[in-house]
Design a protein around this ligand. Structure first.
Ligand code: KIV
Ligand code: ZN
Length: 526
């Protein structure tokens, strides 16, 4: 079976620019913050996936965001690196500074144009907003050859005013005009007509690229993005796994695969290497602690699973009966039952490669040791086990605090008790604590060993595979002084996974605190 039998040749199709905003709008999902190292790794994955533009952050928002954009700008050479800025000149200067090292850099500046935003958020008159459009884009163009302008809340903006703002941005030198559906309010035919209107009626519109940016409040973000393309847009802003403010942004993988599979109706091509999609999705899920829903299109665990007898029978006769694309098209390995305790390092490396992981020698060695450990405890090691194991190794590899040993007394006769030993920079520290249940006892013991003020915001457990020997994958989210950090771990022992996930979240939180502390290292905590 070919994956896209009805798709016209790429050359015959219009090229759509794929703009990824996982690290900017995606990171605005409450609790989804990513560390610098995680962002650098994600940027490399997006570059390998051949994303055209990576919006790497909002440089004025924090020193961390500034640094992330600048560091990404240094290492990515194939994709354009974009920094977001409000219309203020200080914002734009900061974005320009952050993208300076980029081979290809872009400033993305925006201002609200809807009546409700101008009145309540900006407290500005429309004419003053219009002036700001010209001023901000002109300033950005003086600093960077590639400028994108967005009309925030465009879909609730009075049409005539929106046309005037777009015209002003084009005159001032913006080459990309983004028309965001900021609150996820529009619907496909309306959004398509909006692009048609702007492209037909705004002077200079034929010389710029129009862009979609859709939020998913009504579950229409992908449909609206595709409709925007039918209306003439040629850039789509989207995020991996649909991450983003509130209900999220258009899911990048869904937009890209819709374009690939339905080339007959949507005659547009992208440059995306779709075989990298699963890898990117898993990585984003691992670092943010946002699980991908099982039935999520394209990247959900069940997206290519066939459960009913009738479907399975059809699939065995011909996969086209129930599959409109191949799992391999999105980088999903074909096998599910894999390795055992006799599998060697070479087979292990090849298997990880098929699952989308290319590890350096040290990380591979560490993952292999963990795999052997797991294979000793667990009869069958499935693909999902390996994914959990590698994500766990990647998440905790450089952690300063590590769980060394844990003993828990649980059961009907309370109080439940946990005896824990951790190492902090190699030095051992032990603690015992009781709690209202074994997990509470474990977390209290961590508190004893590593005093901290963070509050637990999320504790989530799910079984990686079926069976009572399945690994538990645990996500923990902690918050302290408005800073949020997520940790993840997997283990066949749920309590061990819980302890490791909590400690991983603590490490991430402390790392963030260290970065923002004036002397570079926190006094409290350890
Ligand atoms: O949703 C939105 O309007 C945005 C803009 C900043 C582009 O994210
Ligand atoms: Zn947005």
């Amino acid at each position: 079976m070919t994956a896209t039998p009805t798709t016209p040749a790429v050359a015959a199709r219009d090229r759509v620019i794929i703009f990824d905003t996982t690290m900017r709008d995606g990171e605005q999902s409450p609790g989804a913050s990513m560390s610098l190292e995680e962002k650098l790794e994600l940027a490399k994955i997006l570059e390998e996936m051949k994303v055209d533009v990576i919006e790497a952050g909002f440089p004025i928002a924090s020193n961390g965001d500034f640094e992330a954009v600048r560091e990404i700008a240094k290492i990515v050479t194939e994709s354009t690196i974009c920094g977001l800025a409000r219309a203020g000149l200080g914002d734009i200067d900061r974005a320009a500074e952050a993208i300076k090292p980029a081979k290809r850099g872009r400033i993305h500046t925006f201002i609200s144009t809807s009546p409700v935003h101008m009145k309540w958020k900006l407290q500005m008159e429309p004419e003053a907003v219009l002036e700001m459009v010209t001023k901000s884009v002109t300033h950005a163009r003086n600093l960077c050859g590639d400028v994108e302008w967005s009309a925030e809340d465009a879909t609730r903006t009075e049409r005539d005013f929106l046309r005037r703002c777009v015209e002003a941005a084009i005159r001032a030198g913006a080459q990309t005009i983004n028309i965001p559906d900021t609150v996820g309010y529009t619907y496909p035919s309306e959004y398509e007509a909006l692009f048609r209107d702007l492209i037909e009626n705004v002077p200079g519109a034929d010389g710029v690229i129009f862009s979609t940016h859709c939020h998913n409040d009504l579950g229409l973000a992908v449909a609206n993005s595709l409709a925007g393309l039918q209306g003439g847009a040629r850039q789509v802003e989207a995020a991996i796994n649909g991450m983003g403010e509130r209900a999220g942004n258009a899911a990048l993988e869904e937009v890209v695969m819709a374009l690939k599979v339905r080339g007959d109706k949507l005659p547009f091509g992208t440059g995306i290497d779709t075989t990298q999609i699963t890898r990117a999705s898993r990585y984003v899920s691992a670092i943010t602690g946002f699980p991908v829903q099982f039935n999520k299109a394209i990247v959900g665990k069940n997206a290519f699973a066939h459960e009913s007898g009738i479907h399975q029978d059809g699939m065995l006769k011909n996969a086209e009966t129930y599959e409109i694309m191949l799992p391999a098209d999105v980088g999903q390995g074909a096998t599910s039952l894999v390795m055992g305790k006799h599998s060697g390092r070479h087979a292990f490396r090849e298997k990880l490669k098929a699952l989308g992981y290319e590890l350096g020698q040290n990380a591979l060695n560490e993952a292999f040791v963990r795999f052997k450990d797991l294979a000793d405890k667990k009869k069958h090691v499935f693909d999902d086990d390996l994914i959990a194991l590698v994500d766990d190794a990647l998440a905790s590899g450089s952690d300063r605090i590590q769980v060394k040993s844990l003993k828990v007394i649980a059961g009907t006769e309370g109080p439940q008790q946990a005896d824990l030993t951790v190492t902090i920079d190699g030095e051992e520290r032990s603690a015992s604590a009781t709690g209202d249940g074994p997990v509470d006892a474990v977390f209290n013991a961590i508190h004893e060993a590593v005093p901290h003020e963070a509050i637990l915001r999320l504790f989530q457990v799910h079984a990686v595979t079926e069976g009572t020997d399945a690994q538990a994958q645990v996500s923990v989210r902690l918050e302290e002084d408005g800073r949020i950090a997520t940790g993840q771990a997997a283990d066949t022992d749920t309590l061990t996974a819980s302890a490791k996930a909590y400690v991983n979240a603590l490490n991430n939180l402390f790392a963030r605190k260290e970065k923002s502390a004036p002397e570079g290292r926190i006094a409290s905590g350890f």
